[in-house]
Design a protein around this ligand. Structure first.
Ligand code: GAP
Length: 604
């Protein structure tokens, strides 16, 4: 079983993550976070906010609207440029991104092109479609759910298929039907090269702020357009429909960043103490109509972002970009255990967004390979300049101290200082260094990073593909005595303490457990779980390990006499007797922000 499958099973079984609307058949790409998932997600975002806002004096927070008017996103470039290329498979009708699709696979010394249908019945239908529409006259056979096309040769941008000489000549002529255009990719699910041309697809969700159903407006406008020959063609009708809908058109924001840029001036005015460099942080939902949804919560249409826009003087941008990269990598290394699974990947010049002069992805080594969890970018002055141009509102920064100093000098010397360099230091459009992290992806990465499967002796069993000898551990992972430990950082753990009476239905023991839970809740405001299932203490410990609970406290008969309890640590399994008051202190201390394995405080 792969690490991802193992994690998703655990998430469902223990209440981290559920398929949304499952009882109604579910919705692709939509997930609900259960009681443990919501705690973990809140903790990850809280740790981000803590490090980005509370532990610094140069960053403030904001929470802006999700529903965004078109003017904002037209100005930011999203309306025209926030697109992915999209291709349809002519056989399966599936849509996919060509840049993520695999290259053609040939077999039998590159002489056979196999196309895999999901089942035999579909294979028959596809075979017929190929014979009658996509490759008339080609030599085709079918084996079960595989359709096999014989390949004559590959050319630079074409696959030339072998002709079925037994079938006679085709009505439409050989060259067009046997020469299949090939752009370097095929349908990822079937290996089919029968595709539409790729076309841009805007990823933003449109919606309409209007009490009248927009579909009614579309129908009325279309019917009216059909009445006149000058507007009845597709392009003109489309134009009229767009015009009718424009007044009520809005978008679900595709990133939280634009909400920050359009509030730059209002935040600055309301917080005059903020001197450049300073930042505005935001955590919130964003929406993208992704062509390809993948790996559970890795890529979904609805997700949360944790974004910081740090406003700097143009001459500080490069230095701040470097500093923020280090700051964010330190954050990842602090909460992650496997430092070899997190890396920075600088973007190549041709990958950079139109506004960006530098960008690195923070990537995590997921079970399927390296994947982006965060982007850190030097965005230049693109955003503020564009919003300023579009609105006529100056989005600049004025250094009042430098300005005053110049005025004093001018008074003293009687000479006006008009040099461009001097004035540009006083007033300028700030540049932006951005850190943009996906909360759901961060949560997925941190769970995978923390998850370990161990045998009865506590020895780690690698997942298939992780072990050096490459042998499959499928059986080992699910065999008896094997258990999972989620070694989450205590501050991320959804439940901080599991409290359990030795005998689950003993009133006195349960009462003492409830008292300890109450002290922890009141003193530390943490999530505590009273574990009163009638199973052995060992099993209850393992249940707590599986969800990442750092401490378990067991109350036994002696506890009723001496108020001493057993506290057990998840990572070491170490147990000791402590007083009920000490439990609070141990947990308080364990939740302090010191580096793992040391008691020294960090900057976070
Ligand atoms: N403001 C910059 C921006 O939005 P991005 O690279 O498009 O940059 C930033 O997105 C982060 O948001 C990504 O690194 C990823 O973690 C997360 N993200 C983007 N699209 C996502 C999706 N469809 N599902 C889940 N997370 C996503």
């Amino acid at each position: 079983m792969s690490a991802m499958r193992h994690l998703l099973d655990l998430c469902k079984r223990r209440g981290f993550l559920f398929q949304s609307a499952e009882i109604h058949g579910g919705l692709r790409g939509a997930y609900d976070y259960g009681p443990l998932g919501v705690e973990l997600k809140r903790n990850v975002s809280q740790e981000w906010w803590n490090s980005m806002v509370y532990q610094r004096s140069d960053v403030v927070g904001i929470d802006t609207a999700i529903i965004t008017p078109p003017a904002v996103l037209k100005t930011s470039g999203h309306v025209d440029q926030f697109t992915d290329e999209m291709v349809d498979s002519r056989l399966s009708k599936e849509r996919f991104r060509p840049d993520k699709a695999p290259a053609l696979k040939l077999v039998d010394q590159d002489k056979v092109l196999p196309i895999s249908a999901p089942d035999k019945v579909t294979a028959k239908v596809w075979e017929q479609d190929i014979r009658t529409q996509f490759a008339k006259g080609a030599l085709i056979t079918r084996k079960g759910k595989e359709i096999l096309l014989q390949v004559e040769r590959m050319e630079k941008d074409k696959i030339v298929l072998k002709k079925d000489t037994a079938a006679g000549t085709t009505t439409s002529g050989e060259p067009t039907d046997l020469h299949i255009p090939y752009h370097g990719y095929v349908d990822p699910n079937s290996n089919s090269p029968f595709l539409t041309e790729s076309r841009p697809f805007n990823l933003m969700f449109k919606t309409y702020l209007d009490p009248i159903d927009p579909i009614d407006k579309v129908i009325t406008t279309t019917l009216d357009a059909q009445k006149s020959p000058s507007t009845s063609d597709l392009a003109s009708t489309r134009q009229l429909v767009d015009k009718t809908l424009l007044p009520s058109l809005t978008y679900l924001r595709p990133e939280t960043a634009q909400g920050v840029f359009i509030n730059y001036a209002t935040v600055q005015r309301s917080h005059p103490h903020l001197k450049i460099p300073f930042g505005i942080a935001q955590i919130g939902k964003s929406f993208r109509n992704e062509i390809r949804l993948e790996h559970a919560i890795f890529r979904t249409p609805e997700f949360e972002q944790m974004e910081l826009e740090f406003f700097v003087a143009p001459w500080q941008a490069e230095e701040q970009f470097v500093a923020w990269r280090k700051f964010r990598m330190d954050w990842w290394r602090y909460y992650g255990r496997n430092h070899d699974r997190i890396r920075e990947r600088p973007h190549a010049q041709d990958e950079l967004a139109h506004y960006s002069s530098g960008c690195v992805d923070v990537e995590y080594l997921f079970p399927w390979g390296w994947g982006e969890v965060e982007g850190i970018a030097n965005r230049g002055d693109f955003d503020l300049s564009k919003h300023s141009e579009a609105t006529g509102i100056k989005l600049q920064y004025t250094d009042a101290i430098l300005m005053q100093e110049r005025q004093v000098r001018e008074k003293a010397t009687g000479v006006k200082e008009t040099s461009v360099e001097v004035l540009a230091k006083e007033r300028f459009t700030p540049h932006v260094v951005e850190s943009s992290c996906g909360l759901n992806r961060a949560m997925l990465a941190l769970m995978l990073d923390a998850m370990e499967v161990v045998d009865e002796q506590g020895k780690v069993i690698p997942f298939p593909g992780e072990s050096d000898n490459n042998s499959s551990n499928d059986n080992a992972i699910v065999s008896k005595g094997v258990r999972t430990i989620m070694r989450l950082h205590p501050r991320l753990a959804p439940v901080k303490v599991g409290i359990m009476p030795l005998i689950s239905n003993n009133k006195d023991l349960v009462e003492l457990c409830t008292g300890i839970s109450q002290s922890l809740r009141q003193e530390l405001q943490v999530n505590v779980s009273l574990e009163t299932q009638s199973t052995t203490i060992g099993k209850r410990y393992y249940r707590m390990d599986e969800i990442g609970t750092p401490w378990c406290v067991t109350v036994d008969y002696e506890s009723l006499q001496d108020r001493m309890v057993t506290i057990r640590e998840r990572d070491t399994g170490e147990q000791r007797r402590v007083s009920t008051e000490e439990v609070v202190e141990i947990v308080r201390d364990g939740l302090r922000l010191h580096p793992r394995g040391s008691k020294q405080k960090t900057i976070y």
